[in-house]
Design a protein around this ligand. Structure first.
Ligand SMILES: Cc1cc2nc3c(=O)[nH]c(=O)nc-3n(C[C@H](O)[C@H](O)[C@H](O)COP(=O)(O)OP(=O)(O)OC[C@H]3O[C@@H](n4cnc5c(N)ncnc54)[C@H](O)[C@@H]3O)c2cc1C
Length: 235
């Protein structure tokens, strides 16, 4: 049976810089789009192709208006990840990678009166950078969990995103100079603020399966239905 191959484009690395401890901000130029007029929506991800048909997904942190440049946030530190991470760490400016997409339906509700609460841990902040720079006039709150203040990505610009933000630092007693800071996990913050647990609110969770399960369990205990809980699981 003939299986048509998916449209594949090419990205050229233009910039690679640290963005919080153990995390890189990678800026790429779309040198060959997969399709004519290729674009994407806030909250979507692309797949990068590494040697031997190995593909890995990465959320777009940029906005389509910024094309032909696009940006990704990649965790590269500490835990010694696998082949995709090692390949990205070795890459130099000017080198290229194939990509496919964009994929995914992780997006905020359109105009709504109800409160929307975004919960990210680690690089799970990535899709919220595109989602929360693109909204206006909505009641959005962002809970962003990291180990320490040093690990926080986009620390200097988050205050300008369209959300009331609380940093939740699990291993640090320091405070962010501008943002509200809680010392503990995102789930600790939710437990300490039951007014944030409402069946009528919409919740957007992005990060590890562990966080998605623990935060999801809290929300369901509070009577939030699954259809109000939107998730993007990285690993
Ligand atoms: C829809 C989607 C979007 C994603 N977006 C991003 C993104 O924006 N940024 C990003 O860094 N990763 C993202 N990931 C994860 C990414 O696709 C890779 O899994 C990751 O880069 C590791 O790839 P690897 O080949 O080095 O190791 P793998 O063999 O894929 O993973 C090895 C181990 O690394 C750990 N791990 C994987 N990703 C992370 C992470 N982000 N933070 C901490 N531990 C991790 C897990 O324990 C995993 O078992 C996303 C995954 C999905 C499914």
């Amino acid at each position: 049976m003939f299986v048509p191959s998916l449209p594949t484009g090419q990205l050229t690395l233009r910039e690679s810089s640290p963005c919080g401890t153990g995390t890189l901000r990678l800026v790429w130029e779309v040198t060959t789009p997969p399709t004519a007029g290729w674009s994407y929506r806030p909250g979507q991800f692309i797949n990068l192709g590494f040697a031997g048909e190995l593909w890995r997904s990465y959320s777009l942190t940029s906005l389509a208006a910024e094309l032909p440049l696009l940006e990704l946030l990649v965790r590269v530190g500490e835990d010694g990840f696998g082949p995709g991470t090692r390949h990205l760490l070795r890459m130099r400016v000017g080198e290229t990678l194939p990509y496919r997409g964009a994929y995914g339906r992780f997006q905020l509700m359109g105009e709504t009166d109800t409160r929307q609460i975004c919960i990210a841990t680690g690089t799970g902040i990535a899709p919220f950078r595109s989602l929360l720079r693109g909204v206006g006039g909505q009641r959005v709150m962002l809970l962003y969990g990291e180990k320490t203040l040093q690990h926080v990505s986009y620390s200097e610009e988050i205050a300008q995103w369209q959300a009331e933000t609380v940093l939740c630092l699990s291993r640090d007693e320091k405070n962010h100079p501008i943002l509200s800071t809680h010392h503990g996990r995102v789930t600790d913050y939710l437990e300490a603020h039951p007014e944030l647990l409402r069946p009528s609110y919409h919740y957007y969770l992005c990060g590890s399966s562990v966080m998605l399960e623990s935060a999801g369990a809290l929300l369901r205990q509070a009577g939030v239905e699954r259809r109000q809980i939107h998730t993007e699981q990285f690993y």
